[in-house]
Design a protein around this ligand. Sequence first.
Ligand SMILES: Nc1ncnc2c1ncn2[C@@H]1O[C@H](COP(=O)(O)OP(=O)(O)OP(=O)(O)O)[C@@H](O)[C@H]1O
Ligand SMILES: [Mg+2]
Length: 230
Amino acid sequence: METRPMLEVTNLNVSYGQSRVLFGVSLVFPANEVCVIVGRNGAGKTTLLRTIAGFLKPRPGSVTFDGQEITGWRPYKIARMGVKYVPQDKGVFSDLTVRENLELASYAMRDRDWEKVFRYFPKLRELLNRKGAQLSGGERQMLMIGRAILGKTSVLLLDEPSEGLAPTVVQDLVGTFRQLRQHASLVLVEQNLAVARELADRLYLTKEGKIVAQITDKNEIRSLAFEKEL
Ligand SMILES: Nc1ncnc2c1ncn2[C@@H]1O[C@H](COP(=O)(O)OP(=O)(O)OP(=O)(O)O)[C@@H](O)[C@H]1O
Ligand SMILES: [Mg+2]
């Protein structure tokens, strides 16, 4: 018997006003797996993550976390449950320092264990007094993920984390994701197919608001020619 997935999305339908963007999307995200979601621009990947994180309401549709229905819960409550969302825009508070950014997350998540953050991102310790606006793209991504892992983290939803980053920075991130997978389920929207192939235990291909393929065989993921779909 398959064990219960950490996160499960069933028959998710999401619209912006009159325009429907997700059509009956069903997905499972098992514990300690990296699930990669790929698909063209506008396929609805960000909409899917924002719905799981509680920023959009499905009509109808359901999201369950660790067997518990969390559909319609407020974002902060979902985050406190352990489902963390790192948005696509790399938005940190740019007028605030790295320390202040971490303090806000600590306050929200009631967790002051910054050593955990520095274990994954040692460089952040040296950057504590630097303002958000003065961070490089890679450093900002470290801060975003570092903030997200404060408090209980069972699922990490990451929207195109490698977008716009230099190849060496991306390789560092891949290493970090491998470590994080030992403690959480990672759901990665990723347009960098080399990264997708390298990390994915499970791959979902989205197209026009639907899931058109699901691949769970790692060899198949590595050899797969899904470029033509993107
Ligand atoms: N706030 C919004 N209001 C109206 N339509 C929106 C809104 N956000 C997204 N859309 C539309 O919903 C569709 C899916 O957008 P979404 O951002 O989820 O796609 P995506 O797969 O993340 O794309 P990308 O790869 O460009 O990030 C697109 O047609 C987009 O124009
Ligand atoms: Mg997107």
